[in-house]
Structures are given as C-alpha cells and as structure tokens.
Design a protein around this ligand. Structure first.
Ligand SMILES: [Zn+2]
Length: 147
C-alpha cells in the first residue's frame, strides 16, 4: 500500500489531489508550503495517510518540509548514470484531540541518463514522534558525532 496524500481547504472543504509527491516536496522546500484553494483562495492544508500496521494511526497534516542545502550526487558505477539522493525531513502534526508533531524521513533517488530523469521513491521511510527523533539526534550530538 502506498502513502496517500491530498490538499484540503480548511475554509470551503474543497480537496485537491496533486500529481507527484516528490513534486510537492520539491516545491514546498523551494517556495514554501503555500498552495491556495482554487475555489476560495485560502491556504490548503496538506494531509498524508500512511498505511501503518499494528493499529498505529498514520494520518498527519504537514507542517513543514526540509531538504539539505548540500546535494548528494554520484555516478552509478554499474550503469554510468548520474544519481542524486533527495532526502527530506517532513514535520507532520497528528490529527488527535491533542496533536503531536512527527518526523517522516522519505527520500527519492533521481536517475539521470541521456537527458532523461527517473525519480525513484525510497520505501520504508521511518515516521516517528518528533520528540523521539530529536532524542536520537541529541544522543548522537552528546557523543560528538554532531557539532
Ligand atoms: Zn476553499
């Protein structure tokens, strides 16, 4: 099962289903998350639904999306294609009565060859409470792996 996503207008309720998830992420990190409703011009909310097992609720509203400023590019020695890694940190907010922030770490690879680019979505990206993610980063910082 795939991750579902759509825009929903909080004012008039109109929904909008954008084309590619990577296009949404790339535009968000380039221009900010300012999509507006085609009906009433209010800013859309961007929702994702993850097909989690174990009864975990996988519905969040995206709050912010980040991409590293440094690009990560190499040549695949097997094919000679130019590969670029596109990792993101997406901050979501749960839809509970007491919403919590979450961290989702999706990624894509672009495979460029002969003037064509194919985007490949990385599967199994972790999604966790933002505080848990911060605790992991803090532990790495405490052991001087981050400055
Ligand atoms: Zn609207």
């Amino acid at each position: 099962m795939a991750t579902n996503y759509h825009f929903q207008c909080p004012t008039c309720g109109k929904g909008h289903w954008p084309g590619g998830l990577h296009e949404v992420f790339a535009r968000w990190t380039r221009e900010g998350g300012a999509w507006t409703c085609e009906e009433c011009d209010a800013p859309y909310h961007f929702y994702l639904t993850f097909p989690f097992a174990f009864g975990a609720d996988g519905r969040v509203r995206m709050v912010d999306i980040f991409k590293p400023k440094t690009s990560c590019v190499w040549t695949d020695p097997g094919t000679g294609h130019r590969i670029e890694y596109h990792p993101y940190l997406a901050i979501g907010e749960t839809l509970d009565a007491t919403p919590k922030l979450t961290a989702w770490l999706p990624y894509w690879h672009s495979d460029e060859h002969g003037g064509r680019t194919k985007m490949k979505f990385g599967q199994w990206a972790p999604h966790m409470d933002l505080q848990l993610f911060a605790e992991l980063v803090d532990q790495a910082r405490e052991k001087k792996h981050l400055v």
